[in-house]
Each structure stands twice: as structure tokens, then as C-alpha cells.
Ligand binder design. Structure first.
Ligand SMILES: Nc1ncnc2c1ncn2[C@@H]1O[C@H](COP(=O)(O)OP(=O)(O)OP(=O)(O)O)[C@@H](O)[C@H]1O
Length: 312
């Protein structure tokens, strides 16, 4: 038997709204059974890319294949096999939460038990609430339930935890992990690096409509040109310490004093920086109690690649 095609294969996708190029030659592959995060700042082209995979938009250039099918031409075959959680909406305003979920379940051949799914997502208490009166987080959770109820092979989730409180975020993450454990492929967009780091087997970082880095969270955060150093000393820093340390380390470094004995230094990840920090401590008569070189975050990766912050 030939090997199964990737869950998603995008090659050279270009999408524009009038003069505004939203997706600019984007290529990526999603392996079956994985959780893949498409991570990027607001306006990077994540939603447009997803909408093309879901068959809502036709590629203007390039090709998109989902489960080996063309999302536009083969829409009828593809729809029962995928689940979609939209960024907003997804239900008409007067419909009650449970009514909506039961309706979507009735469209599928082998739906999940909607009572169990509602309980799992914390929707049991608001089953009779009209959609427009649900909180933002409840609307998100209902959207996720709608995406999952048909037992899809592949789910697209756009910003799954936007507007949720920390408890609901954790529940949603656990649910997505359970979905993956069932062998379902998950493609999610997010601009929260902690979400991508926690959930994703593979991350595609996109910026201005292009993929600028791809890898597992560990691959992306390994090595690199910058690091965060946390310095804690045995007695209060002298007046003007951050400015003096920055002068010692050079213009590529940021220095932030956290309290009277600790400092956060963001700069080149090399032994020269560590040596300069030690020497500065000696010159200023403070003894480092700890000098910790922290692992890079995805935020650092994005900053290295683009010179800009990922966070909105
Ligand atoms: N219907 C539209 N008409 C005109 N411009 C649009 C439309 N939809 C998106 N855009 C623009 O295309 C670019 C990409 O938007 P898109 O929503 O795909 O990005 P995103 O990465 O999903 O952003 P966000 O995280 O804010 O949802 C943005 O500059 C956006 O303003």
C-alpha cells in the first residue's frame, strides 16, 4: 500500500485581499497524528491559510491538499473527515448551546456523545443559554465541541484559547492532548508561544505570510544567537548598575533589574558575555550567588529571526 499522504500539504500558497498580500508563497507540511502549531503575530496570515485548507477560500497561487484531497474540488468528501473551530462565530445568535451541538452531531454518521462532550468541556451548566449570551470562553469551548463532535481525522483550531481564563485554557489543552492521543491530527494557530510549546509536536513560525522557521519546540529553542541570563548577587547592586552593565556588555544586550539583588540580561549566548558579567561583578564588589543561562524561548527565536517581538 502506498504511504498515506501528509494530513496537510501546502506548496507556494499566495493569497491577497485586493493589494494586501496576506499569504506570500507559504509552504508547509503537517504529518498525520501530530499536533502542529502555526505560530505568528497578528496579521501574519494564519487564519487565511487555515481558511484555504478548510475550503472556504480558493488558493490564488500554489496548491493545498488536505488528507490528500483538494479542499475546494473534493469538498463533499473532505467535510465529514475534518473538524473546524473558527476564530469567531460558528453558531447563530439565538440558538442554545446544547441545541447547536446536538444539531451538528445529527449531521454526522458516528458522533460523540454530546452530553459527555459538554461535561468534559464545562458546558453542561450553559446548555440552555442562547449563543449570544455565552461568555467569550464558553463560545470558544462550544466551538471546540462542534469541531470535535463528528470524530474528525483532522481538526483545525484557530486560536483555541483566545478569551479563556487560565482554568479553561488548561482544560482545553488537556482536551486537545486527548484528541491527539486518539490519533487525530490537530492543526492550531496561536500567537501564544506557551500554547505552542506545550501542545505542539511541530511548530511552523510564520511572519508576513511566509514560514520563517520550522521544527519541534526543542529544535527551535536550541542554540541560537541569544539567551537570557539571570544574575543574583550577594548584596544590593550599586546605583546605576543596569546602565553600567549594559555599557560593559555592548549595544546588543538588554539589562533589566528585577529587584535589589537580581538582574535579567538578554544578549548573545556565548562565553564572552558570561565572562564579562563575572568581571563586572568583581569590579563592582558584588559576588554572583547564581548566574543562570536560561533556555531560549520561542519569543527569542522570533526576535532573532525578525528583529521584532512576537507578542502583540
Ligand atoms: N477579509 C479581508 N479583507 C482585507 N484584508 C484582510 C481580510 N482578512 C485578512 N486580511 C488581512 O490579511 C492579513 C492576514 O490576516 P489573517 O487574519 O490571515 O492573519 P492572522 O495571522 O490570522 O492574524 P490574527 O492572529 O490577528 O487572526 C492581515 O493584514 C489582515 O489585515
Amino acid at each position: 500500500m502506498p504511504p498515506a499522504s501528509p494530513a496537510v500539504e501546502i506548496d507556494g500558497l499566495v493569497m491577497a485581499y485586493g493589494d494586501k498580500v496576506a499569504v506570500d508563497g507559504l509552504s508547509l507540511t503537517v504529518e498525520r497524528g501530530s499536533v502542529t502549531a502555526v505560530l505568528g503575530p497578528n496579521g501574519a496570515g494564519k487564519t487565511t491559510t487555515l481558511e484555504t485548507c478548510e475550503g472556504y477560500r480558493a488558493p490564488q497561487q500554489g496548491t493545498v491538499r488536505v488528507l490528500g484531497l483538494d479542499p475546494q474540488r473534493d469538498r463533499a468528501d473532505l467535510l465529514p473527515r475534518i473538524g473546524v473551530m473558527l476564530q469567531a462565530g460558528g453558531a447563530w445568535s439565538g440558538v442554545r448551546a446544547r441545541e447547536m451541538l446536538d444539531h451538528v452531531a445529527s449531521l454526522h454518521a458516528r458522533p460523540l456523545d454530546t452530553q459527555l462532550l459538554s461535561d468534559r468541556l464545562g458546558l453542561a451548566d450553559c446548555g440552555r443559554t442562547p449563543y449570544r449570551r455565552l461568555s467569550g470562553g464558553q463560545q470558544q469551548r462550544l466551538g471546540l465541541a462542534i469541531a470535535l463532535v463528528g470524530r474528525p481525522e483532522l481538526v483545525f483550531v484557530d486560536e483555541p484559547t483566545a478569551g479563556m481564563d487560565p482554568q479553561a485554557r488548561r482544560t482545553t489543552w488537556e482536551l486537545l492532548e486527548e484528541v491527539r492521543a486518539d490519533g487525530v491530527t490537530v492543526v492550531l494557530t496561536t500567537h501564544h508561544m506557551d500554547e505552542a510549546e506545550r501542545l505542539a509536536d511541530r511548530i511552523h513560525i510564520i511572519d508576513r505570510g511566509r514560514v520563517i522557521a520550522t521544527g519541534t519546540p526543542a529544535e527551535l529553542t536550541r542554540g541560537g544567537r541569544s539567551a537570557t541570563i539571570r544574575l543574583v548577587v550577594n548584596r544590593p547592586f550599586p546605583e546605576g548598575a543596569p546602565e553600567s552593565l549594559r555599557a560593559e556588555l555592548g549595544p546588543d544586550t538588554e539589562v533589566r533589574q528585577l529587584d535589589e539583588v537580581s538582574m535579567l540580561i538578554h544578549g548573545p549566548a556565548d562565553s564572552t558575555t558570561l565572562g564579562l558579567v563575572s568581571r563586572w561583578c568583581e569590579d563592582h564588589d558584588v559576588l554572583p550567588e547564581s548566574l543562570h543561562l536560561g533556555q531560549r524561548t520561542l519569543e527569542d527565536v522570533f526576535l532573532d529571526l525578525t528583529g521584532r517581538e512576537l507578542a502583540p
